[in-house]
Design a binder for this molecule. Structure first.
Ligand code: C5P
Length: 246
């Protein structure tokens, strides 16, 4: 399905520079090249949702990475308060359960108007391993638990999930071709910067081949000497990749 999306529209550029004004030159450089940008909770808390104005003015689609998780009425009201600022995708923790997700989907449908934000579920944080989830009382393997949560996300109204490269395959086969899978931890050519805190990384082509729909890329673009060139190279790498069913 998503292989019909042009490669440049499959890359979500993380605007992780702090203060947020440090991202503005990147927005200018990537204007007309990139379609999607990601803004995180840290920037929203530091500077308020008004920071969405500039990327909106420039015509970017905005992925708001807030990882919402609370009782249904609270998350729904929070989403409703944010919708007027304009964004296109928002994250939530699937651990909040079916009723929380259903409440968010209802709010998005009813108040999103022509710009209903897509809902993306976070299954299991990649900072958690088998020992951590056992400690939390989960009896499944990491992959089994991610699969279970992805199915709950799909069945309760999410448009897709966030999945690390290690989990893409299991989610794609469990949730089908029309489900969005967004993958962070991307390093072009599979290489990693030793100073990076990303432990499990994957190249753009590997992630797309496994079934990722879209890739979140931060430091390989905003930390590059020439961010425009770094973006274009990732586009080329995706274009040269035969993606399977997605
Ligand atoms: O490592 P990089 O700079 O490319 O990270 C881009 C974004 O992806 C960051 O905003 C980070 O918070 C997010 N992310 C991640 N790994 C996860 C989940 C989210 O790097 N497992």
């Amino acid at each position: 399905m998503t292989n019909r999306i042009p490669a440049s529209e499959r890359i979500i550029v993380a605007l992780d520079r702090s203060p947020f004004s440090g991202n503005l030159p990147l927005l200018d450089i990537l204007e007309g090249r990139a379609k999607w940008v990601k803004i995180g909770l840290r920037s929203i808390l530091a500077e308020g949702p008004g920071i969405l104005e500039k990327p909106n003015e420039l015509g970017y689609k905005i992925f708001l990475d807030l990882k919402l998780h609370d009782i249904p009425s609270t998350v729904a009201a929070s989403l409703e308060n944010l919708i007027p600022y304009g964004f296109d995708m928002v994250t939530l923790h699937v651990a909040g359960g079916r009723r929380m997700i259903e409440a968010l989907r209802k709010t998005a449908d009813e108040t999103g108007g022509g710009r209903r934000p897509l809902l993306l579920g976070v299954t299991l944080l990649t900072s958690l391993d088998q020992t951590d989830i056992r400690d939390l009382g989960v009896i499944y393997s990491v992959a089994g638990h991610v699969k279970r949560l992805a199915e709950i996300a799909r069945d309760s109204g999410c448009d897709g999930v966030i999945a690390s490269g290690a989990e893409v395959k299991v989610v794609r086969s469990a949730c089908g071709d029309d489900f969005l899978i967004v993958t962070p931890g991307i390093r072009p050519g599979g290489t990693d910067d030793p100073s990076s805190d990303q432990r499990r990384v994957m190249s753009p082509s590997e992630a797309v081949q496994l079934g990722s729909s879209m890739l979140v890329v931060g430091r390989p673009i905003h930390g590059a000497a020439d961010p425009g060139k770094a973006f274009d190279e990732i586009v080329k790498e995706i274009e040269s990749t035969e993606s399977p069913a997605v």
